[in-house]
Design a protein around this ligand. Sequence first.
Ligand code: MRU
Length: 346
Amino acid sequence: MAQDEDLTACPVRWADDGLLLIDQTRLPGELRRVLIDDVDALVEAIRSLAVRGAPALGVAGAFGVAVALRQGAREGWDRAATLAAVERIRHARPTAVNLRRGTDRAAARLEEGVAAVLEEAEAVRREDVAANRRLSELGADWLLARAGHDRPLRLLTHCNAGALATAGWGTALGVVRELHRRGRVELVYVDETRPLLQGARLTAWELAQEGIAHVVQVDGAAASTILYQGVDAAVVGADRIAANGDTANKIGTLGVALACAHAGIPFLVAAPTTTVDPDTPDGAAIPIELRAPHEVTGPDADERSPGFNPAFDVTPGSLVSALVTERGVAEVSRGELPGKLWGTPA
Ligand code: MRU
């Protein structure tokens, strides 16, 4: 299994010649970094999930504007061609609002040139790490207060919302890390997260490196584990949070939330405010990425049995016990909307 020197080190960062990514399709077997210096390669890296996770996509989109500018200068593009390339990056995947946000933020400085774009992208990267650290503390505080006892917690998570999915440290796994730091994690149930196994491959890898006790389970085990294995809370990340608190996250998250509601345990969504989209009124307005059927069926499937492969689902706000961002906590299922956080930086 690959080892990383420092998991809080940014999985998406700028090197002198381009965007340096950890290729997440290779983990956990191999820790390979790839240098991206053209737009086709970046769009492919995003679509293939070499870089993935909403906040990491935001950082990749922001640095992607610099990739487009530099390629344009090399190949003599006019302004329209550069803008078209930026649009391709912006739309490489539809659900995580961070990709659009990060790209737009850097593109707003496009006319100032590469150095200004890089400065903005670097700010996106830096701010994400800081947000993750803060929301992790706040999420840990909230969970411990809700638990109301002194023993370590049994947690469940879905997909990968760790350092790899962000600019560093992680969101949902950031909360887990913070709880571990405080000696308050007994065990983490990691949903394997079909079909691309972000849980079994990536979350398990991160937890193993941190020495956090965990077990990997099939997604279909989650409801039973929540009801019968003494799980204290589920904590997940998000790809887009609508103004009413409806939350898109990796397919399978909704089932986790339903089981938590039935069991009467907290379902915590941990995400930076860059994942909250006030322009999306509710879950119905969140575009859900449909991926290739063969990711579900395998390449040799009987063509009479096609796959159906939505990459995300939407958990209604009524099932979100709390949303924690770097600005504070909104108890969505009790009627507190994400907009509450705009007025109350923590
Ligand atoms: O398809 P992916 O792997 O990009 O999906 C990622 C998730 O659903 C994560 O939970 C979400 O982006 C939050 S990452 C901090």
